[in-house]
Design a protein around this ligand. Sequence first.
Ligand SMILES: [Zn+2]
Length: 361
Amino acid sequence: MTSSSQAHTGQTPAPSAEAEALHRALFTLDSHIDIPWPDRGDAFEDTDARRVDLPKMQKGGMSAGCFVAYIAQAKVDAEGHAQAQAQCLAMLDVINSMQGSQNGVTARVCSTVVEIEAAYKAGVMAVIPAVENGYAMGDDPAVLAQFRAKGARYVTLTHNGHNALADAAVHRPSLGDKPENHGGLSALGREAVRHMNRLGLLIDVSHASKKTMLQAVAASAVPVVASHSCVRTLCDHPRNLDDEQLDALKASGGVIQITAMPAFLKPRDGEAPRSAGVADFVDHIDYVVRRIGVEHVGISSDFDGGGALADWQNATQGVNLTAELLRRGYDRSEIAAFWGGNFMRLLGQAEAVAEQTGTIG
Ligand SMILES: [Zn+2]
């Protein structure tokens, strides 16, 4: 973290033996990975069609991944809600099928810290289900319990476009969105936050508008996560978090998981095609560390949902990130915090609050 390299246009050096060894020794969690839909039943195959499959995770020394049931925003009406709920439950079923042993690879679906740690100790990769877009619960917070019952550990409040819960950072006039529909969280959104707290579901503020994010921080009894977001000061995208949002995250104990989406990492340079690498990614980690501290930042790829860097193309190449973190002067405990320690702390906090309040039936 000593130097922020301004010019990283050159080739990424091969990771050192030290970086390789450290990467293999760490618990490494990627907090946001999409699955193909419709499902092709290929999670246990090393296929060119996916940036993340279980063989690539194993090859790349990855310990755990949050796999999301992503529901595209559509019309906020009864028909749209019914379709979204059904698709989300079907996608969670597919994510739950990503376990067992095939092709020399073993994985286990895990939905608690204890289960994730046990899988890690056993040398088994952990698949952690999650839901991207609160639209999937429609207007019925009771559906959140069904997501939790299928192992989900976070729900992203919105995607692009407002839903019944909240305003998104990016509105969709084609779906009838005004710049703001609710002024942040709706009454239903606040009810959903309470349910999520009681169920042990983290509130994910990636994609949410600034007002939604700040209101969610205040409303939630558990620190919130941005499961795949970057820093607005470094790249002025409406989906990124500005300094006021980072400060609110710090005050509440939350975490921003920087993500491998070039459009969120680097401003466009004229007409040149946009490309970014792990050095750009680590610039965002450096910024968050300097502003709010090591314990508030982590790592996500958004692989198979649009994420990819020149030198982090798929789940086999996470070592390049570890190598860059070492080059910047981070030590083992700091790198471990980025690669999953901070995110696991939030999962534990969500579980503690859920136990105190009791699960909604
Ligand atoms: Zn997303």
